[in-house]
Ligand binder design. Sequence first.
Ligand code: MV4
Length: 449
Amino acid sequence: MFESVLIANRGEIALRIQRACKALGLRTVVVHSEADAEAGYVRLADQSLCIGPAAAGRSYLDQAAILFAAEVSGAEAIHPGYGFLSENAGFVQRVEEAGLTFIGPSSACIRTMGDKVSAKRAMRAAGVPCVPGPDEALPEDAGAVLAIAREIGFPVIVKAAGGGGGRGMRVVESAEALPGALALTREEARRAFANPEVYIEKFLAHPRHVEIQVLADAHGQALWLGSRDCSLQRRHQKVIEEAPAPGIAPEAIAAIGARCAEACRRIGYCGVGTFEFLYEDGALHFIEMNTRLQVEHPVTEMTSGIDIVQQQIRVARGERLAFTQADVSCGGHAFECRINAEDPRTFAPSPGVITVWQVPAGDGVRVDSHAEAGYRVPPHYDSMIAKLIAHGRTREEALARMRGALETMRVEGIATNLPLHRRLLQDAAFAAGGVDIHHLERWLRQPAA
Ligand code: MV4
């Protein structure tokens, strides 16, 4: 049972985690880089410690600095947020060995899911449907690989087992292109990831990105909290997410949600997690699991009424979940627009001082942000400065509330993608629901966009 939490992250999620800690009566320790010393959420913490210079590699990714900060502050638990060290099994193992609580799954679970081949094997064993392809790494023998590819049928996709999130993968259209693609992906895997293994799957040409949120305690109880659709993305960066995934039968989601929860029980998973699926031609296919809290968790909070971050901390403290699957009922619809400090046309980052900051409010509207008037957006990190979330009883009501919220939000001093969001919410295909993962990039290529 811990009474204090070190927050090893920055920006909106550092503030979000701090809010959850305070609601649970926990002491907060925020670590920050020199670039974030003046941020408002740093001053809100019970204690703050500068752990290094602006460059993430020398601060938010510096494992020794963070462990030392925990030691000197007496923090008993570490919340990693998302990104940075949140899915680094080596770091989590060091946290465990230091006798601290990592607010997230065990290093062993992170290691299993971090290897996309072993993740697929574990999911298949629990009855979760996967993308066609073997749940084993490819052999060295080129002839054997070709036989596997022919059996799946071209086009296939070669992926690095240590990759994920769009890194280390290559589409292969024909047998002739296979040896080259294999060699390149293997070389990339060797260089970029600790794991040189590669695997192969059927390539799905126009899927949607659908995910299922799970929550599990350390006593063998695991629940699923509904679906999200994150298909609206550019270069693997999500732009708008929603819950639930529109146009998919709730019974189909429920059946797979139950398998995801079962998979959690089987591997002894504790914490929050997300199962990522590709949805094509009416079927869901598992691709990978994220073992962290995700950026888009608020849309699930809005539809389920469950505070996911508070629950994540409670299960890390060893508490039993205080509700069952029958108590979980998702209602209405929610959208999240990621507001970035970037040029809405070129996507170039736009750091600098925010001079005007006016955020919307009203029924069903939520803003998760650490920004304020006078805040300087540093140039060293991800450009997301706010998440605008709107909930409604129906998808249409949520969309209308989001349109209204986007109209009233004003940010000056820096460029933001607010104009992009306003135009996207007028797009008929997006408004209808169910666009695929290529929709946004296609839409951006249109002259009118
Ligand atoms: C795929 C795929 C098509 N077929 N796997 C990209 C991110 C990583 N999580 C998996 N990704 C993909 N895997 C098969 N078998 C297409 C993608 C993909 C994608 C997936 C989700 C959201 C956006 C995407 C953009 C391009 C490619």
